[in-house]
Design a protein around this ligand. Structure first.
Ligand code: ZN
Ligand code: ZN
Length: 415
């Protein structure tokens, strides 16, 4: 069967590469992926895949197999771009560019769909397979997203979080996707890397303005903010290295005029950590530091808490199935393990509720989110990756989905 899957994907590789290149040339930011969404729908139509659209604004979910099956395997592709005006494929108006390689993910998801639908494996399968084109992985344009929340279009500010909220993942047992591995032009695979979870804070200090030469008549909000940053720094030695806590505040407003004691100052910060208990601990230390900074100066502070992403926990049993299939195309020396990512992803949220993986692959050069980021090995990134995904799905669904059931049974929910 796997040979059939691989042959079908090979025979359709022009369409798969065209998909990735179309999206590369039509980059769109999160919750605005209308052209990408339309392209996915057209591909689903070509493959006679029934789908639901407009999920979390632009998301599309195609489903094949037995509608009432009790096992549902999901292949995910993210649709959104990042802002990078200098990127050679950037949209000159919006600055959107696929400098994180998400265009490849959609091509891989569509490629896997070709392999699964056209190989005939569905005839012997007793489960469901879901192809999910997901909006808005990058946590950006927060003002635009807050407006979407205010308008009732979304409740959460990232695509997968919103889809979890909408119940899309309630019926999904196992989820997988592939991400680009930066600065790795060669065909490589990296398994089991974790990512950091994060929360964001916007802390506003309010004091009292006064002439700069008469500070005794004012309450200096900037000093309260500086005290807060010093208090955060004093906490750094309490974080264990293994928890990988990162706090990187900026003062986004520190006063308006040099001869006025500032009555307002704003700190914005992300707080990142490798596990949820360390993240919770670090967040409460930042909140305490903010209150302490305000009290020290007699100012007031308000803390806006913006929920970010959970840490990514890659399912080991599912990773093993994926890696075994990758070995059909790669040597074991081309596969690395446990290279943790310093960034964050909302696949982390998914991985805390169902078994999920997000291996990363080479074939890309340049740093993520930079103008140098590019696909250098289209064959590997678009076509071989599709084959690995489709063959992994096959291993999960064969024999009445024995492997998928085993993975599901051994999974421990974290949230
Ligand atoms: Zn990114
Ligand atoms: Zn990305």
């Amino acid at each position: 069967m796997k040979k059939q899957i691989i042959d079908v994907i090979e025979a359709n590789k022009d369409a798969i590469i065209a998909c990735g290149e179309y999206i590369l040339n039509n980059p769109e930011l999160g919750f605005k992926e209308y052209k990408t969404s339309e392209y996915v729908k057209q591909e689903f139509k070509k493959l006679s895949i029934s789908y639901k659209e407009n999920l979390a604004v632009t998301g599309v979910m195609g489903v094949v197999g037995k509608p009432d099956a009790d096992v549902n395997i999901c292949v995910i592709g993210e649709m959104d771009a990042v802002k990078c005006y200098e990127h050679p494929y950037a949209d000159s108006v919006t600055g959107a560019a696929h400098a994180c390689g998400h265009n490849a993910q959609i091509a891989q998801m569509i490629g896997a769909a070709y392999g699964i639908v056209k190989s005939g494996i569905l005839n012997e399968c007793n489960c469901k397979i879901t192809f999910l084109a997901v909006p808005a992985e990058e946590f950006v344009e927060l003002d635009f997203r807050k407006r979407l929340v205010d308008d009732g279009a979304i409740t959460y500010m990232s695509g997968k979080q919103e889809l979890i909220h909408l119940g899309v993942f309630d019926d999904i047992d196992v989820a997988m996707m592939i991400h680009a591995h930066a600065l790795t032009p060669q065909p490589r695979l990296y398994m089991l890397g974790s990512s950091l979870g994060f929360e964001a804070r916007q802390i506003t200090f309010l004091g009292k303005s006064a002439h700069g030469s008469e500070p005794w008549n004012g309450i200096n909000a900037l000093d309260a903010a500086v005290m807060t940053i010093n208090a955060i720094n004093a906490n750094r030695s309490t974080f264990k290295d293994s928890d990988r806590v990162r706090i990187h505040p900026i003062i986004s407003n520190g006063g308006d005029l040099v001869n006025v004691i500032p009555d307002k100052a704003i700190i914005e910060t992300y707080i990142r950590a490798g596990n949820i208990s360390a993240l919770t601990d670090a967040c409460s230390k930042v909140d305490n530091a903010s209150k302490a900074g305000a009290i020290a100066l007699g100012a007031n502070c308000s803390i806006e808490n913006i929920k970010g992403y959970a840490p990514l926990i890659q399912d080991e049993n599912l990773s093993k199935v994926f890696e075994d299939n990758a070995l059909m195309f790669l040597n074991s020396g081309d596969i690395g393990h446990h290279q943790d990512m310093t960034g964050s992803t909302d696949m982390g949220d998914v991985s805390n509720i169902i078994p999920a993986i997000q291996p990363t692959i080479g074939g890309f050069d340049g740093a993520l989110h930079s103008k140098e980021f590019s696909i250098v090995d289209k064959e590997f990134v678009y076509v071989t990756a599709s084959k690995i995904l489709a063959c992994t799905v096959y291993d999960l669904i064969k024999d009445n989905a024995a492997k998928a059931r085993e993975i599901k049974q051994n999974f421990k929910k974290c949230i």
